[in-house]
Ligand binder design. Structure first.
Ligand code: MOS
Length: 734
C-alpha cells in the first residue's frame, strides 16, 4: 500500500514514552519477572575447554536443602536444534552428550526452591573431566579453517598487478581482541508450562524467532508458545539467539512441573550469550601519487566456536567503501574451543573498519595528504562492486559537515605538533560505510470508538526507542494525538517482526506500522463510501487529511468528521488492520541499497609522560536517511560512540591458556565510565532513503563504527606512534 510522504528529514525529538516507567523502576525487565510458584535454576559450567565429562556426582547437590532436581546430560532427552534463521542456526541444544567444547559450557542445572539454594547446590555438583588439548588461540595451526560461508568475499580487477605498479603502498596487520557484551540487565528467563502451552519471559531481541525455536526444540505448534519481552534491559546482539541456558530453563520447568527462573550471573554473561570475536587482519593499500587508490587487499581471520555457525564478514565492507578497481577481500574463520562468538553491536564492521580506516590514515601520512581529502579523492559515487547508484548517500556531506563542526582545519598535519601543557593533542578521523539490512515485518493497528489507537508488533525495544518512535509514526499516520496512541511490542502473539538488530528494525517496522495505520484510515473511508450522513462519502484516500483524530477533505477542511463519529454512527467498537513491510529486492531496484554512512572526528589528549589517553571530543556526522526522532537517534549515536571508546581504549576479554576467561566481571573487564567520555556532538545530514517507504536507514550500530580508527589515528597524530592493536593502552605509548 502506498504511503503519503509528509514527514521532514528530522522528526520531533520527543521524550521516551516508556521513560517514566523505566526511571520509576516500573518496567519489569526479564530478571524482574516473577510468577506464582516459581523455582530457580543455577548453572554448573565446565572448568575445562575441551574433552569429556568422565563423571558427574549429583548426590550431595540432590540432598541439599530445597533442591528439586539436578539436570545433567544423563537425564536430558535428545532435543533437536533450533531453526535456521537469517543469522544461521541457534547454538546446539545443551546437555546432549558428554563432550566439552569450551570452558564455561553448561554441564548441569540445579533447580531449587530459592536462588540461594540453587546456587549453593550447584557448587556441590562434582564433575570429573577427561580433558583434551584445547585449541584456544586464533593462530593455532591445528585449527580447522572455514572459508567465507556466505559468499561475501570480493575479488575484482587484479590486486597483484595494481600493487606491482603502485606509487605508494601501505601494508600492515591490525588486531582486535574478543569483546564482551555487557548490558546492565542480567539475561534472565522465566519459563512456565500450563497444560500443553509454554510461556517464556526472556531477554531476547527477537520474540518471533524465539517462539519458532521453542516450538521446534520442544515439538510444539507455534500457537502453543508465547514469548514475552516487553522490556529487555539492554542487548547488543547477544539477544539475537536462543542460548543453551534458555533451552535448559524451559526443559527444567517441564521436568519439575513448576515455573523456573534463571538469571545469569555477571561472569556467566561472559560465557553464555556470545561475544565479539577477535580478529587478525592483513591490509594492503596501493595508490598513485595523487592519492587515488589502485588496490585494496583485506584478509581477516576470526574465531568460530566448535559447533556453531556464527559468521562475521569482517573484511567485506572494504570492497564497497571506496572507489577502487582492484579489490580482494577474504574472510576466514578458525574453529576453536571457545564460548560462542556472536553479533555485538556493529558485528564485523567494528573490527573491519578499524583496519581499513587505520590503513587509510597510514596512506594519508605516506602521501602527505589530508585524511579527509584522501577519502574525498576515492569517493564512491556509485556502488563500487556493481556500479549502480546508491539509493541515497551523503557521505561527502558527512565529511564536510563533520570537519566543519569539529574544526578540522585547525589541525596541523605534523604528528606531535599540537600540545596543551603536559598533554599531546591529536585529531583523527574515519569514514564509515555501513551495510544495508532489511527483513520482512508486520504490524496491526486499531482505532477505537473513543478515538484512541492501539498499534502493535512482536518487535522489541532494546533501549533504542522503538516504543517512542513507533508511537510517533502511528500518531502521524493516523492523525491522532500522540497521547491517545499506545504502541505495544515484545509479545510473540503480536504480528511477527524481525529482530531488533542489524540496524534494520526501525525501517522495517515503521513501514509496516504506516501500512497498518493507512489501512485503518482506508477502512474508515470504505465505511462511509455511501454514507449519506458523512461529509467524507466517496472520498479517496489522497483527498483526505487526518488531524487531531478528525478526517477532513484536503481541499475543504470544514468538511470532515472524527474517527469517533464514524465508528459511533456505524455501531463499531473498533477498526483493525494489518500492515506489512517487504524489503525492496535489490536486484529489481536498479540501485544499490544503502545503509547509513558516517564520518567520525576525534580529539585525543595523550599525557606525554604517562601515556594516558583521553578522548576529549567526538563529532559524529551521520547520514541515517530520515531520522524519525532526533532525540532517540542522537542517543543511539552517543551510546554507540561510548561503545566505540570502549573498543578503542578499554575492552578486552582476556582468556588464559586453559581457555578460561580471566576477567569476567565488570570490575576487571573495563568499559568507559563518565570520566572517560568527553564532549560528544552529533549532526545528521542527508535525505530520506529511496529504498524504504519510511526513508530511514537505521542508526543503531553506526555510532560505534569508526570511533576506534579515529581514536587510533588521533593517537598517531598526537604522539607519532601507530598502534595497530586494540585496545590502545598506555604501555603502547611509552
Ligand atoms: Mo545488533 S549486533 O544487530 O543487536
Amino acid at each position: 500500500m502506498s504511503v503519503v510522504e509528509t514527514a521532514p528529514l528530522v522528526g520531533a525529538g520527543i521524550d521516551r514514552v516508556d521513560g517514566a516507567l523505566k526511571t520509576a523502576g516500573a518496567a519489569a525487565y526479564p530478571s524482574d519477572v516473577n510468577v506464582p510458584g516459581q523455582v530457580y535454576g543455577a548453572l554448573v559450567q565446565s572448568t575445562v575447554a575441551s574433552g569429556r565429562i568422565r563423571s558427574v556426582d549429583t548426590l550431595a547437590a540432590e540432598a541439599a536443602p530445597g533442591v528439586l532436581r539436578v539436570i545433567t546430560h544423563h537425564v536430558t532427552p535428545r532435543l533437536p536444534d533450533g531453526p535456521m534463521t537469517a543469522l544461521g542456526a541457534s547454538p546446539p541444544a545443551p546437555l546432549q552428550d558428554d563432550r566439552i567444547l569450551h570452558h564455561g559450557q553448561h554441564v548441569a542445572m540445579v533447580v531449587a526452591e530459592t536462588p540461594e539454594e540453587a546456587a549453593a547446590a550447584a557448587r556441590m555438583v562434582a564433575v570429573e573431566y577427561a580433558a583434551d588439548d584445547a585449541l584456544t588461540g586464533l593462530g593455532d595451526a591445528r585449527a580447522e579453517l572455514v572459508e567465507n560461508p556466505w559468499g561475501l568475499d570480493s575479488d575484482r580487477g587484479s590486486v597483484a598487478e595494481a600493487l606491482a605498479t603502485a606509487d605508494v603502498k601501505v601494508s600492515a596487520t591490525y588486531t582486535t581482541p574478543d569483546n564482551t557484551n555487557n548490558p546492565l540487565g542480567l539475561f534472565a528467563t522465566v519459563a512456565v508450562w500450563e497444560g500443553g502451552k509454554l510461556t517464556v519471559h526472556d531477554t531476547t531481541q527477537w520474540p518471533s524467532m524465539a517462539r519458532a525455536t521453542f516450538a521446534k526444540v520442544f515439538g510444539l505448534p507455534e500457537t502453543s508458545v508465547r514469548v514475552l519481552a516487553p522490556y529487555v534491559g539492554g542487548a547488543f546482539g547477544n539477544g539475537l539467539r536462543v542460548w543453551p541456558h534458555v533451552i535448559l530453563t524451559v526443559l527444567a520447568a517441564r521436568l519439575v512441573k513448576r515455573p523456573v527462573k534463571v538469571v545469569l550471573t555477571r561472569p556467566q554473561m561472559f560465557t553464555s550469550i556470545g561475544h565479539r570475536p577477535s580478529s587478525v587482519q592483513h591490509l594492503t593499500l596501493g595508490a598513485d601519487r595523487s592519492g587515488t587508490l589502485t588496490a585494496v587487499e583485506h584478509r581477516a581471520t576470526s574465531p568460530v566456536a566448535m559447533e556453531d555457525d556464527d559468521y562475521e564478514p569482517v573484511a567485506a565492507s572494504s570492497a564497497v567503501s571506496y572507489a577502487c578497481a582492484n579489490v580482494l577481500t577474504r574472510d576466514t574463520q578458525a574453529r576453536l574451543h571457545i564460548p560462542d562468538p556472536t553479533s555485538m553491536r556493529a558485528p564485523a564492521e567494528a573490527q573491519g573498519n578499524f583496519a581499513l580506516e587505520s590503513a587509510l590514515d597510514e596512506l594519508a601520512v605516506a602521501l602527505r595528504l589530508d585524511p579527509v581529502e584522501l577519502r574525498l579523492r576515492n569517493y564512491a559515487e556509485n556502488h563500487p562492486g556493481n556500479g549502480l547508484p546508491w539509493t541515497s548517500k551523503a557521505l561527502k556531506e558527512c565529511y564536510l559537515a563533520g570537519a566543519e563542526r569539529f574544526g578540522w582545519s585547525r589541525r596541523d598535519p605534523e604528528p606531535r605538533s599540537m600540545r596543551d601543557g603536559d598533554w599531546l593533542v591529536g585529531y583523527g578521523m574515519a569514514g564509515v560505510t555501513y551495510p544495508w539490512y532489511a527483513q520482512p515485518c508486520n504490524a496491526r493497528a486499531t482505532v477505537r470508538r473513543d478515538g484512541s489507537a492501539f498499534v502493535r508488533s512482536a518487535a522489541t525495544d532494546i533501549g533504542t526507542g522503538t516504543y517512542t518512535v513507533m508511537t510517533q509514526v502511528s500518531a502521524d499516520t493516523l492523525g491522532i494525538p500522540l497521547g491517545r496512541v499506545r504502541f505495544d511490542l515484545g509479545d510473540s502473539d503480536m504480528p511477527a517482526a524481525p529482530q531488533a538488530g542489524g540496524s534494520g528494525l526501525t525501517g522495517a517496522l515503521a513501514t509496516a506500522v504506516r501500512d497498518a495505520c493507512e489501512r485503518v484510515v482506508q477502512q474508515v473511508l470504505d465505511l462511509v463510501r455511501e454514507d449519506g450522513e458523512s461529509p467524507l462519502r466517496g472520498c479517496r484516500r489522497e483527498e483526505v487529511t487526518v488531524v487531531d483524530g478528525r478526517l477532513h477533505r484536503r481541499d475543504r477542511p470544514a468538511e470532515g468528521e472524527s474517527y469517533a463519529d464514524v465508528l459511533d454512527r456505524h455501531g463499531k467498537e473498533e477498526l483493525t488492520a494489518d500492515g506489512t513491510s517487504t524489503p525492496a529486492d535489490p536486484s529489481t531496484l536498479g540501485m544499490a541499497p544503502a545503509g547509513a554512512f558516517g564520518a567520525k572526528f576525534v580529539e585525543v589528549r595523550v599525557d606525554a609522560d604517562l601515556g594516558v589517553v583521553r578522548v576529549a571530543r567526538v563529532v559524529s556526522a551521520i547520514d541515517g536517511g530520515r531520522i524519525l526522532n532526533e532525540k532517540t537517534a542522537r542517543s543511539q549515536i552517543i551510546g554507540g560512540t561510548v561503545g566505540g571508546i570502549g573498543q578503542a581504549l578499554f575492552e578486552e576479554t582476556a582468556t588464559d591458556r586453559t581457555g578460561r576467561i580471566a576477567n569476567a566481571t565488570l570490575g576487571d573487564y573495563l568499559v568507559p565510565v563518565n570520566a572517560d567520555v568527553g564532549d560528544m556532538d552529533v549532526v545528521f545530514v542527508g535525505e530520506p532513503d529511496r529504498a524504504t517507504p519510511a526513508g530511514t536507514k537505521g542508526v543503531g550500530e553506526i555510532g560505534l563504527v569508526g570511533i576506534a580508527a579515529a581514536v587510533a589515528n588521533a593517537v598517531h597524530h598526537a604522539t607519532g606512534k601507530r598502534v595497530r592493536s586494540l585496545p590502545i593502552t598506555l604501555d603502547d605509548l611509552l
